[in-house]
Design a protein around this ligand. Structure first.
Ligand SMILES: Nc1nc2c(ncn2[C@@H]2O[C@H](COP(=O)(O)OP(=O)(O)O)[C@@H](O)[C@H]2O)c(=O)[nH]1
Ligand SMILES: [Mg+2]
Length: 347
């Protein structure tokens, strides 16, 4: 049984519409991987093809191995009120916080390091199975060295790369092994089966990504996903206010603020999309009138009512984050099926 080197699926030459299709079984990559990596083509690409149940079964085959848990930066801000770490409770865990390069440039390496060292120290009390943690990107130069040093010290053979869809698992393995062998893409759901790669005395095991129902990406089509996904260093959009105002991220998110003193709000979203501000009293009319024109929109929105004393950072998974400063009341309108996360971490 021959498997695709890019996504792990069993190759077949019978049905063009099914995954694993190749014209000739001599080929190493399925047509989907080939077209995805060469043309960015996502015809026949189905996200959520792999269920979480199946992925957890893969994890369970490797109970005594080292698990490298790759966490995307926005998820990392809310790790303490997420259920991700619970899935790895009995496993030896090396946590990697990935895509730190997406954070604004004023959040320096030093600051990121401090923030997450403190947070992981706290998390370690609840999850003593976390044996180490590393941050990527900004620390790129010594990442590989650091990583292999840890492997060396732990004396393990099988290393399972785990985490949510699109966290950067396959890209990271490619980087560590200095290859392009695994297929990676901006879409969640690229890797379809476990893939083992032997390197020196190690076996690196790539896995499909866990689907997160609390991520907007899970509830959007490819067009909307493409337009809202953060893929470049964020330039925050910052507003000051002393009167009630509403802030719209198209039809995806709305934040109403009733300030009790001078306040400010900073949005950390895809730079191409602009936050629109209106007076609070005009906000419902604005939404009704403009809803049909919004390219980015989701329904139904639910409202979370929150009061703020000093400063709060919220993560809207799949869209980004926003931070509020100053005493105020807020109505946050977000997709009803996703959770609004307040971060314990300050930036
Ligand atoms: N900005 C940034 N993007 C990354 C990083 N690592 C991976 N990516 C991108 O994230 C997307 C998902 O990567 P992939 O490796 O396919 O994720 P997987 O589903 O976890 O295997 C791709 O578009 C990658 O180029 C990173 O460190 N920084
Ligand atoms: Mg992958």
């Amino acid at each position: 049984m021959k498997k695709c080197k890019g996504c792990g699926i069993e190759l077949q030459s019978n049905d063009k519409q099914k995954v694993g299709y190749v014209v000739d079984l001599e080929q190493d990559y399925c047509q989907r991987c080939f077209r995805l990596s060469h043309y960015g083509d996502i015809t026949n690409f189905k996200a959520n093809y792999v269920t979480n149940e199946k992925i957890l079964n893969i994890y369970n085959k490797y109970n005594s191995s080292l698990f490298v848990l790759i966490v995307e930066i926005f998820d990392a801000f809310v790790l303490s009120n997420d259920d991700l770490l619970d899935l790895f409770k009995n496993k030896k865990l090396l946590v990697i916080i990935n895509k730190t390069d997406l954070l604004p440039t004023n959040i320096t390496d030093n600051k990121i390091n401090k923030i997450f060292t403190k947070q992981l120290f706290k998390l370690n009390k609840k999850y003593p199975n976390i044996i180490a943690a590393i941050l990527t990107n900004k620390f790129e130069n010594n990442f590989n060295t650091q990583f292999f040093q840890i492997l060396n010290e732990l004396n393990c053979k099988n290393i399972v790369f785990a985490g949510r869809a699109n966290a950067g698992k396959s890209s990271l393995i490619n980087k560590l092994l200095n290859t392009n062998s695994l297929t990676t893409s901006i879409y969640p759901g690229t890797t379809l089966e476990e893939i083992s790669l032997t390197y020196k005395n190690y076996v690196f095991i790539d896995t499909p990504g866990l689907v997160d129902v609390n991520n907007y990406a899970t509830h959007m089509n490819y067009e909307k996903y493409n337009l809202s996904k953060i893929d470049k260093t964020i330039k925050p959009q910052i507003f000051q206010l002393n009167k009630p105002q509403s802030y719209f991220y198209d039809g995806l998110l709305r934040v109403d603020i009733i300030p009790q003193e001078n306040c400010s709000i900073s949005f950390f979203i895809n730079n191409k999309n602009k936050i629109h501000r209106t007076k609070f009293e005009n906000a419902d009319d604005y939404y009704q009138k403009h809803y049909p024109e919004f390219i980015l929109r989701v329904k139904p929105l639910a409202i979370s009512e929150i009061s703020n004393e000093e400063s709060k950072l919220f993560v809207v998974k799949g869209l980004g984050m926003f931070k509020i400063n100053g005493k105020c009341f807020m109505n946050i309108h977000h997709l009803a099926s996703v959770k609004l996360y307040e971060s314990e971490v300050e930036i």
